[in-house]
Write a protein that binds this ligand. Structure first.
Ligand SMILES: CC(=O)N[C@H]1[C@@H](OP(=O)(O)OP(=O)(O)OC[C@H]2O[C@@H](n3ccc(=O)[nH]c3=O)[C@H](O)[C@@H]2O)O[C@H](CO)[C@@H](O)[C@@H]1O
Ligand SMILES: C=C(OP(=O)(O)O)C(=O)O
Length: 416
């Protein structure tokens, strides 16, 4: 297994070109099943989760070419309704294949999805929504068998604005008979990007970005060409790297409008942030100011930035509080930060972070994607060398992170 070795202490300076969003690319790859034809998807990041999603599409009969961040998918040959267990468990977004599979094949057999181990992550809202569109679901031997003679639009009120459930219902409803309304839908930018993709292939979806999404079912869709939105969490991670090292980093190819909650918080932390819409210049402060954060669905502060921002706050000039409201087990990075000299106390959903003068290098282990990224951020500012084991978690969400950080002046390498 690979480890990341980071010799801390460099002040990061330079430019980063931010790639396409993982969480937008994955449902859009799933949506490529719907048109039974060609989808050209640009700015598609080269990440472990994207590779797994492409392998699933190939397994069930699609032709896929992937080169230079462009995926070309021909879903005309879709011929299998049994989704491969091992690949399905490699990522969370495999579950959003269910909606398009029902729309195209009328059935699907699948196991429970994978993704970061940050809570129970049930799929009840997905299944309830699909049942309301006419799907039948049976559980047998650890597999779910889902079928529908036809899908019919309905009014679905989500008990929680789940990102994945909103996507799955949108995808199933695109070719359903009649109108579907999703109330209390997730409002994340990745949902808006999915709506753009669906509409470019001839779908009729409106309202993404608000909590009410309307889908008018259509009979057929056509070929589509689309470019994925920038990854706001990757951008936020390099913002954190600049903040904790007192650096001066320019983030190119971002959408500042998708990052308002993150930018506001990093300004409160003392960062000097200049934005011109699709680029951001982030200058880290001399001393980081403590802040209080509550993670919330969009447009609130994203849970995916929680661990990363906690790493920055370990060096703040005072006490910060972070309340994690989205996932019930997303503090697994805390003990490793403590091993690096951080002073953090956990009390149920709240982490109390007392800033310290200095972090020190240590041997630590990534437990999930953003928790792993948080350890990298802390290590950049720590005295001495940090070794981060199980670094493969980070490859699920960051492309070429070692090179990006070294280009900014860090001292990072992968060791076996
Ligand atoms: C691939 C992807 O896009 N992943 C993102 C997506 O995950 P994901 O789509 O899994 O996140 P959800 O919005 O569905 O989950 C939010 C909360 O709802 C709960 N829930 C969800 C579905 C369900 O059927 N029942 C239920 O109880 C979850 O356990 C969790 O506590 O949104 C999360 C919240 O912004 C992000 O952290 C993830 O990075
Ligand atoms: C939790 C995340 O991903 P996933 O939902 O794919 O596990 C994430 O991107 O931070």
């Amino acid at each position: 297994m690979s480890m990341m070795r980071i010799a801390g202490g460099s002040c990061l300076k330079g430019k980063v070109k931010v790639g396409g969003s993982k969480n937008a690319a994955l449902p859009i790859l799933a949506a490529a099943l719907l048109n039974g034809g060609v989808s050209v998807i640009e700015n598609c990041p080269y990440l472990a989760d994207v590779v797994a999603m492409i392998e699933i599409l190939q397994y069930i009969g699609c032709k896929v070419e992937y080169d230079d961040h462009c995926a070309i998918i021909d879903s005309g040959g879709l011929n299998d309704w049994i989704l491969p267990d091992k690949l399905f468990k490699e990522l969370r977004s495999s579950i959003v294949l269910l909606g398009p599979m029902l729309a195209r094949m009328g059935k699907a057999r699948f196991t429970y999805p994978g993704g970061c181990d940050i809570g129970k992550r049930p799929i009840d809202l997905h299944l309830k929504g699909l049942k309301m569109l006419g799907a039948h679901i049976d559980e047998r031997d650890g597999h779910l068998i889902c079928s529908a003679d036809k899908l019919v639009g309905n009014h679905i009120i989500l008990g929680y604005p789940s990102v994945g459930a909103t996507e799955n219902i949108m995808l199933a409803a695109v070719m359903a008979q009649g109108k579907t309304i999703i109330t209390n839908a997730a409002r994340e930018p990745e949902i808006w990007d999915l709506q753009c993709f669906i509409n470019k292939m001839g779908g009729k979806v409106s309202g993404a970005g608000t909590s009410i999404i309307t889908i008018e079912g259509v009979d057929r869709l056509h070929a589509v060409h689309h470019s994925i939105i920038p990854d706001r969490i990757v951008a936020g991670t390099y913002m954190a790297a600049s903040a904790i090292t007192g650096g001066d980093v320019v983030l190119d190819n971002i959408n500042a409008g998708h990052m308002v909650a993150i930018i506001d918080k990093y300004k409160d932390m003392g960062c000097d942030i200049l934005s011109d819409g699709d680029s951001l210049r982030v200058k880290g402060p001399h001393r980081i100011c403590p802040v209080d954060i509550t993670t919330l669905p969009y447009p609130g502060f994203p849970t995916d930035m929680q661990a990363i921002t906690m790493a920055v706050l370990t060096k703040a000039d005072g006490i910060s509080r972070i309340v994690e409201t989205v996932f019930e087990n997303r503090f697994r990075h805390v003990n490793d930060l403590i091993a690096m000299g951080a002073d953090i106390m956990l009390c149920d959903k709240t982490a109390i972070i007392k800033g310290v003068q200095e972090l020190k290098g240590a041997e630590v282990k990534a437990k999930d994607l953003r928790g792993g990224a948080a350890l990298i951020i802390a290590a950049l500012a720590a005295r001495g060398v940090t070794l981060i084991d199980d670094i493969y978690f980070v490859n699920r969400g960051y492309e070429g992170m070692c090179d990006v950080l070294n280009n900014l002046g860090a001292d990072v390498s992968i060791v076996s």
